[in-house]
Design a binder for this molecule. Structure first.
Ligand code: NAP
Length: 323
């Protein structure tokens, strides 16, 4: 009977589909990540690994798992998996595209609106009892309706974010390594260079994967080229942004505000970030809806069942997709 290691407690519907397909499931009962030692011991004789973005899956893990044939990552991003090394060893890697796109785009919009309209600051004002009543000068924010939205990475989630912008009459531009004509036609987004996007956008929303070409894409110079009234939203991966440079930019008024769902060294934050009033902080909940998480579970299980039966997976990660 083939065996799968599930590194973390899963939301419903859980692993019933694996058991129904005759797979032995070793599932961590805990909602905490396995430590490195537990992961290396846990994979020893398994055929499949269902892992989280909090698990680093690299050559050391593959060395410890001689029977491994599939790594099913419970995320669309796969920067935590050494995909090239897996390919060299004939191990299939899968992710969970599409099923979390709308949930993550919704969260990007929640952060965009909250950061631009200072909802977090207002919440704290009211909650702490410091609010003395309506004022014509209180918490003036940036307009969202009619503003220019710059999308870095017009893929699945970037396109879903751009689609929502039409309801706000926004002018949408985007940048990526190549043009995406179908998404341009659907959303009306204009292709521009990263430099132009940063200089001209009122809101910059990040949707590119983390890879060597995107690590610290938004650094001190990039932040310095943005409008002082601009809002930065990051629901992609924390390391796309130099977080120390962002703290300085938010503190010095280089940009106006930020909304962040992801952080460079989760769950740790860059020094000073949590003290800034003009940043909205979410605990990496982009895909955290009941429906999206259930669909992610089903897709991971289906990929594992297929690969263990010698069939192609539904959503393989191609090694050349690594950025
Ligand atoms: P996707 O469909 O692959 O879209 C990513 C886009 O980024 C592609 O269109 C790609 O286009 C573009 N891109 C790649 N390198 C770039 C670069 N250097 N500069 C600008 N654009 C670049 O992926 P997705 O499903 O939309 O997901 C995007 C990311 O969101 C994931 O990788 C993941 O890290 C993150 N995510 C986070 C959460 C959360 O919980 N916060 C949830 C889901 C996903 P080109 O190849 O043409 O450049």
């Amino acid at each position: 009977m083939p065996t799968v290691l599930v590194t973390r407690r899963l939301p419903p519907p859980g692993t019933a589909a694996l058991r129904d397909a005759g797979v032995e499931v070793r599932e961590s009962p805990s909602d905490a990540p396995l430590d490195r030692g537990e992961l290396l011991v846990g994979v020893r004789d398994v055929d499949a690994l269902l892992c989280m973005l909090t698990d680093r899956v690299d050559a050391e893990v593959f060395d410890a798992a001689p029977s491994l044939s599939i790594v099913a990552n419970f995320a669309v991003g796969f920067d935590n998996v050494d995909v090239a090394e897996a390919a060299r060893r004939g191990i299939v890697v899968t992710n969970t595209p599409d099923v979390l796109t709308e949930a993550t785009a919704d969260l990007a919009w929640a952060l965009l609106l909250a950061a631009a309209r200072r909802v977090g600051e207002g919440d704290r004002l009211v909650r702490t009892g410091s609010w003395t009543g309506w004022s014509p000068t209180q918490l003036l924010g940036a307009p969202v309706h009619g503003a220019t939205l710059g999308i870095v990475g017009l893929g699945r989630i970037g396109t879903a974010v751009a689609r929502r912008a039409r309801g706000f009459d926004m002018d949408v531009c985007y940048t990526s390594r190549r043009r995406h004509e179908a998404a341009e036609a659907e959303t009306g987004a204009r292709y521009v260079t990263l430099g132009e996007l940063l200089r001209t956008s009122d809101v910059v929303s990040l949707h590119a994967p983390l890879g060597e070409t995107t690590r610290h894409l938004i650094d001190e110079a990039a932040l310095g080229s943005m409008k002082p009234t601009a809002v930065l939203v990051n629901t992609a991966r924390g390391a796309l942004v130099d977080e120390d440079a962002l703290v300085r930019a938010l503190r010095d008024g280089t940009i106006a505000a930020a909304g962040l769902d992801v952080f460079e060294h989760e769950p740790a934050l860059a020094a000073g970030l949590r003290d800034l009033p003009n940043v909205v902080l979410a605990p990496h909940i982009g895909s955290a809806t009941t429906q999206a998480r259930a669909a992610m579970v089903k897709l991971c299980c289906e990929n594992i069942v297929r690969v263990l039966a010698g069939r192609p997976p539904l959503t393989p990660v191609r090694p050349e997709a690594t950025g």
